[in-house]
Design a binder for this molecule. Sequence first.
Ligand code: ATR
Length: 480
Amino acid sequence: MLCLSLTGSDCAKSIIQYEKHKEAIQLVELRIDYLETIKYEEIKGLLSLIPVPVIATYRRVRDGGLYEGSEKVRCKVLNSLLDLDFSYIDLEEDIKKQELEEKASKRSIKIIRSYHDMEGVPTDLFLRILKLHKRGDVAKIAVTPQSLEDIMMIFKVNKELKDIPEKVVIGMGDLGIPTRILYKKTGSMFTFCSPEGQEVASGHLSPEIMHDLYHADRVNENTKVFGIIGNPVMHTSSPKIHNPAFDQLGLNSIYVPFLVDDVRTFFQLADLLSIQGFSVTVPFKQQVLPYLGKISREVKLIGSCNTVFKSNRVWKGVNTDFYGFLKPLQEELDSQRIRTALVLGAGGAARSVVWALRNYYCRVVIVNRTADKARLLAEQTGSSWKTVEELDSVHDIDLIVQTTSGGMSPYDDVDPSSGYEFTGKEIAYDLVYKPKVTKFLKRAEQAGCREIFGMDMLIAQGILQFESFTGFNYPQKKES
Ligand code: ATR
């Protein structure tokens, strides 16, 4: 079940939130601490209008809520809320008021016994859940993972505490996002979502993202898990490439972003969750190499890998950046219209690009902010190089490829090609996809160049990844 936290400053606003998201959710939590004034008649009205079960939650600041008053007053309000037709009431583990428990039981309102750790994950996580379970109908634990090791511990709850079906275990923050999307793999009954743009707790996603993009509620024991590892990674568009395609082909699979601090731990997590394959982004494209049992010719050549999947029980690494980059240029390369290319940057992405172009016998000139790196890559790939200051002396270029992160949002003002004079004849290709039109591409467009957008490459490499992951051709877009 997906649970929407209603955070209106009055009940009417919360009802509007419910109406907007109702198609995606099966449960709501009314956050009493968000109400400007508590009007019981209005809450009663809200409960009569919302047909799904409603949780009453009156959260203190120290547990991530807004309530700053006394415990005495809060418990009095919780007591009065038990006179209304809520399905659940959230009572923190330290509330020891027998009358609340008795009243809840008499009124058939289930108790969610909750524990929050806003700083970390307690080492006695399993024991705590057991204790919460003994004191309530549903044990709820929301913790703040500090590392991927903590995420492993949260996912282990499913196995260690299988006998407790009524529980909710949540990892907050960006690290915890996989525990929200894969809440069923933590053994949780439900997970929380917020209305878009109003994140109630760190890491909350909107109901539509959880339901329409991830189909989080469909995950079961047989669901194959795929993902992307990176740091940072939450900005990634890759889930939008893979999840809709799984859905279209009717595959019981999900693709999830994993913020990773340590590659080795991720491979352990991959075993724990039986992950079948994953995309690799900055800064792990080289760090994954020692963990691979097989690598493709391109990975060997480039020394970097962006796609890992299980092949005959071993991890195989391929590089779909190599072919994904070439895809939008295929016609020009096949007809040998690209003879000389200028590549801006000398990092991991540039390595794939230079090797791919050299494979088509293009002459390549590399220019990088740190000249030494340009020189090294040029030596390794049989290319030439120049300094940034020498950019104005580069002429007769058929293709210019911008591979650096300069120009990427929020650094939209950066243009690593600024010393270069476009003629309008060269193709301008930017690997950056946010924003779609970078400062570099704007200048190229003004000069009359053909542009290729980072999104074109992202999609091309993603389609190839999908095929490696699943063995299926990427589906054609549905006719609307
Ligand atoms: P990736 O795998 O995305 O290529 P990387 O290996 O960290 O990431 O490489 C980043 C590239 O972007 C490098 O070429 C870097 O230049 P330096 O080698 O001088 O660091 C380049 N880069 C990053 N920010 C830049 C900026 N603001 N202007 C110009 N180049 C930049």
